[in-house]
Design a protein. Structure first.
Length: 83
């Protein structure tokens, strides 16, 4: 996949809707009909749709790319529970 990596220098990087759509299509073999509120990958890595629904934040057990993480360093972000 071209474009930014999910991790650059071990810091999560917020991803565009298009990048996550391409990742889901690659992983699942087809593009999603609707974009999910979150998409769980391996190793505790979760992509979480922003409130504005314009990007996905990258969340790990130790870090998050959301703007709020700047104001709460060292605190884990809330990750949605499995339905």
């Amino acid at each position: 996949m071209a474009g930014k990596m999910l991790f650059e220098n071990k810091v999560p990087v917020t991803q565009s809707i298009e990048a996550v759509r391409g990742l889901i299509a690659y992983q699942d073999g087809q593009e999603p009909q609707e974009m999910p509120t979150f998409y769980r990958l391996s190793g505790g890595l979760v992509l979480v749709l922003s409130n504005k629904k314009d990007a996905y934040y990258v969340v790990t057990p130790k870090a998050c790319s959301c703007p709020s993480a700047t104001y709460h360093p060292g605190q884990p972000c809330n990750v949605p529970a499995e339905p």
